[in-house]
Design a protein around this ligand. Structure first.
Ligand code: DGL
Length: 266
């Protein structure tokens, strides 16, 4: 059994976790949602790097086989740095511009200011020259969604969405995926996100890693979950240890994870 760390500033990465769990039914997952510090969108880059590095260190302490930055913002700011600092592979989020450009001509990209300003996004745009992209940096929406789903505060989506008429929308933030259907209804067009693509990428990366490890070992063993080995002392075990939620879980409990969101607890 392989084990994978999935990280986000808060609950947005649960969408990615759900897809990864489905894609890789034999894996154990550690989910680190740094929701004490969420949202990351408007924070200085140095802070985002520091928080992301801490999460990667927690995963290193759990001896993960791979990690996923299930956060477009953290990916935009520091995926390369994390890849150079840690020995396990780090899979990042990629806003789904490519699939959107395959079927749409006028595409709205919704994301946090760091993601919108990133070089990664710029290079994706350059690879789809036939498409017209409208970029919307939304400073508050991820935080509002985090509060709405963890504390029940009301959210008026239309207050945050730009008044344009695209023929496709890219959700460049994993928090927005919770409102995929509502956003599709608001714009009356197809919506794209990078969730499944990330799960597929993780599966490919993991099979390479395990293939390499087979050279020296007969079998792959995920270290037994031992809270004493873990850098963070707060955790919630779910699904018979298949998912272990770690970290700064302010306002987060099993109910938060399971009631709104993706899984059935057992
Ligand atoms: N889920 C993060 C992302 O994909 C949210 C960013 C934030 O915390 O502002 O960008």
């Amino acid at each position: 059994m392989a084990c994978v760390g999935v990280f986000d500033s808060g609950i947005g990465g649960l969408n990615v976790l759900a897809a990864c769990m489905q894609r890789l039914p034999g894996c154990r997952f550690y989910y680190y949602g740094d929701n004490v510090h969420a949202p990351y969108g408007a924070r200085p880059k140095e802070e985002i790097v520091r928080f992301t590095r801490h999460a990667m260190r927690v995963f290193a302490s759990m001896r993960v086989d791979a990690a996923v930055l299930a956060c477009n913002t953290a990916t935009a700011v520091c995926v390369e740095e994390m890849r150079s600092e840690f020995s396990f592979p780090v899979v990042g989020m990629e806003p789904a511009l490519r699939p959107a450009a395959a079927s749409c001509r006028d595409v709205l990209v919704l994301a946090t200011p760091h993601t919108i300003a990133s070089e990664r996004l710029r290079s994706l745009i350059l690879r789809a020259p036939a498409c017209r992209f409208t970029l919307a940096a939304l400073p508050d929406l991820a935080g509002e969604i985090e509060r709405c789903l963890t504390c029940g505060t009301p959210l008026t989506l239309s207050d945050h969405l730009p008044d344009v008429s695209p023929d496709g929308v890219v959700l460049g933030c994993t928090h927005y995926v919770f409102f995929r259907r509502e956003i599709a209804r608001f714009y009356g067009c197809p919506v794209f996100d990078g969730v499944q693509g990330t799960a597929n990428r993780l599966a490919a990366v993991l099979s390479e890693v395990l293939e390499e490890q087979k050279i020296g070992t007969d079998d792959h063993h995920c270290p037994t979950w031992n809270p004493n080995n873990c850098l963070t002392k707060k955790y919630i075990k779910c699904q018979k240890n298949r998912v272990i939620f770690l970290g700064n879980s302010k306002n987060i409990n099993k109910k938060t994870f399971f009631s709104n969101i993706c899984f059935t607890s057992n």
